[in-house]
Design a protein around this ligand. Structure first.
Ligand SMILES: [Zn+2]
Ligand SMILES: [Zn+2]
Length: 210
């Protein structure tokens, strides 16, 4: 039997390997905070606190559509709530309530999933899809929170964080340098590895960087 998320071989029957389970746990714990932090990134440059206040108040404010989409209905909250609902449905439970502010709903959905992780990892047939989708979601949120200026996008960090949990953070080549380091886990990527990264050849657990 194999992990339904990364396809690694499993010792005992389950849906997720320990690496994918731990990664999912961490991401569910981090997503509510990422959601809150995104509010600071709604306006271009807002997180840097620049611009005179009077000007900021009177000018029509540009809004980052990508951040807005992630924070709105249909974004981060909907992905989490849909998975919580699918999980509860699979267990024969009723639909979870969707009440309160979006912040509260994000927290409730992430917590509802976290509290059922043991069952998800052992029994939930869609666990692999869920783990992959939550990883992509957390990666997107991290990329939106990244204050770095737009630079060449290389691919996703292939570092193994232990027990098969692949980092997956977006990697970029900063302007004017040939040094690429993962901002999440610190893995280094010398130029001769860039082509492999860019073509996604490391996107399998077997080919992950050491
Ligand atoms: Zn796995
Ligand atoms: Zn990394």
């Amino acid at each position: 039997m194999n992990c339904t998320a990364c396809h690694a071989a499993l010792d005992a029957p389950a849906q997720l390997c320990t690496g994918c389970l731990r990664g999912l746990d961490t991401r569910l714990a981090e997503l509510p905070a990422q959601y809150l932090l995104l509010a600071e990134h709604l306006r271009p440059g807002a997180a840097r606190g620049d611009g005179p206040m009077a000007l900021v108040r009177e000018a029509p404010l540009p809004v980052r559509e990508d951040v807005l989409d992630m924070r709105a209905e249909g974004g981060l909250v909907t992905t989490l709530e849909s998975w919580r609902e699918a999980m509860q449905d699979a267990r024969g439970w009723g639909r979870p309530a969707r009440a309160g502010t979006v912040e509260r709903r994000v927290m409730a959905a992430a917590r509802g999933l976290q509290m059922n992780l043991d069952w998800i990892a052992s029994e939930f047939e869609a666990a692999g899809d869920m783990a992959r989708e939550i990883r992509a979601l957390a990666g997107q949120a991290a990329a939106l929170l990244d204050p770095a200026p737009p630079t060449l996008r290389l691919g996703d960090c292939a570092a193994d964080l232990g027990a098969g949990d692949i980092c997956g953070a977006p990697l970029r080549v900063p302007a004017g340098t040939a040094e690429v380091r993962c901002r999440r886990c610190g893995a280094d990527y010398p130029p001769h590895t860039w082509l492999t990264l860019a073509t996604g050849a490391w996107a399998t657990p077997e080919g992950a960087a050491a």
